[in-house]
Design a protein around this ligand. Sequence first.
Ligand code: 6R9
Length: 705
Amino acid sequence: MAVGSEQVELTEAQIAVHWKEEEYYPPSAKFIAQANGADPSRLERFAEENFPECFREYADLLTWDRYWHTTLDTGNAPFWKWWVGGKLNASYNCVDRHLASSRNKAAFIWVPEPEDEETRVITYQELYATVNEFAAFLRDGCGLKAGDRVTFHLPMVPELPVAMLACARLGVIHSQVFGGFSGQACGERIVDSDSHILITMDAYCRNGELIDHKQKADEAVEHAQKNGAKVEKVLVWRRYAGKYSSPTPMVEGRDFFVDELLVEYRGARVAPESMPAEAPLFLMYTSGTTARPKGCQHSTGGYLSYVAGTSKYYLDIHPEDTYWCLADIGWITGHSYIVYGPLALGTTSVMYEGVPTYPDAGRPWRIAERLGVNIFHTAPTTIRMLRKAGPDEPKKYDYNFKLMVTVGEPIEPEVWRWYHREVGKGEAAIVDTWWQTENGGFLGSTLPALHPMKPGSCGPGVLGIYPVIYDEDGKEVEAGSGKAGNICIRNPWPGIFETIWGQPERYVETYYAKYCKDRGSKDWRDWPYFAADGALQAADGYFRILGRVDDVINVAGHRLGTKELESAALTVEEIAEAAAVPVIDEMRGKAVEMYVALKPGYTASSQIEAGVTGAIETIIGKIARPKNVWIVQDMPKTRSGKIMRRVVAGISNFTDPGDTSTLANPEVVEAIRRHVQSEKAARGDIPRPLSEQELEEIRVFGQAE
Ligand code: 6R9
């Protein structure tokens, strides 16, 4: 594997990373003056010697029916239990307790996608009334009780948080399946969680169309039935009051319109069920390497305390703020940081139904201006999309963000700077929050009032989170050394999931087995949490997340992070998005290929291809020179906007790109395949039959659990 005279014998931990250090951006004095988290002594209070008691500060943000006797029970490691003995209700904490001071304040402001439809304001009082009525129906009309599971397949409508909070009121475990997923994907999750009630919607607006959604419920029920789960009732909310907007027939005796049923429950009140802190609040499914999805089980007390605390200090949410997170509630970000965290703090949370660029790239800024949004939360994929479609739009609108969030993927420094300069108008503090579905809330971020920002780095571990980087052999990579390895969290925290629903062995094997020091131990210090992300820590203590551990490309022994290659490509003016993938190469073992999409107004040219190659050579080095640069219309993406590198890797290598059914845009795959493979064939660049090991290497690329 050596190149020339250079002997390459790198262990995972010694890998050189080629990104240059970025400059710091301090938060403004104005931001600091009003921030929740400006007191540096909090950092000391959350230092390791105060663990786990430090988290009491988060638990004290909630209203408890009974206090806990044990902060952290590790008796059945690694199945951690927080606030044992404590009792509370999540619905009470997010709704009832705000009534006395804020009855008629907006809990949610819902913005429908069609711009001529009116914004809907749901006050805490109205939310309280509807949540109670719906809870009464779930209890008395559906026979649901604490511990039962209910599946939702809802789009971004206010009925979704209503249903979540109604379940939470009863101690019923909700499992929301992202609305954009297929009926079959929903059916699989119904089977896995053993739900007998499905809550759905007739239709919703997306990209200018009214989409039939009810049809997916029929598919879901059918799929569940085939796999041994019987759905007794399908509860259908209606997008337009009193009018059924789906061509799909209602099934007699099984399907019901929720608005019709609720008439009977008008004015009903349901006492919030006092739940043990460790009782499950919800399941959130995420995919892994096997076909069976993983139902991450989140607790009531631990989870709610963690999202309340992190919302307060990292999102800087005050009750008087207007906060807008553009995520879909079908993802963990929406659960934690549209619904539970913001509502636990009694703020106003904005929900938007549709596509951010509909009808044009000015839409988000019009919404922000109109509603007075001052905290803005989104993902790099959306930021890139807005930068691509309307780079100069934000300055046309009169809004002011004090804080902005990026989450979901590493953000390229070039994109970060656009976000800061144009969207944040050079004034907003930015938090780059690194975390996962499994984690409940943030793991890595700067504290916005105390730490300067650094583009491309999330920052240090958040309060009470003590990260460590290990190499493949379990040796600790020196802190602050800038060397890459596998980032782990040494300690449990209140927001960590409790288990994988119905798959406890998989929970232990996937997240804890790799670096466990002693499988018999009940000491948390022996059970580091394996996040399956590559990362490095700079001398300033900030972490830079390199992506999933399997998303790295090893060229002649040099481990190149996909993100550093993509960041280099994004420094080229014309480039809007980039994906780096490995191709089997006779000379170098593996080589890099780049897929890039252009900003509007540019046409593909060999100059642009050369520009990308040049940028990679200059920023990373000749070793990383891409074998090919493919200019494509659009990248294959997951529904949450993450680029599916494994799909283009399969195309580049003439191997099976794997399942594409859950992509947001499966139709682009065939177009890219035809373009790339015919071009390669014309150049005589068709690979020889690959060995078993090579096939496996391509197959696992981008497939970390
Ligand atoms: C919250 C969420 C988790 C994976 C995670 C990592 C990537 C998330 C990131 C980030 C770099 C950030 N990720 N936030 N990478 N910087 N700020 O996205 O959960 O959908 O489960 O994805 O996303 O690779 O392991 P989830």
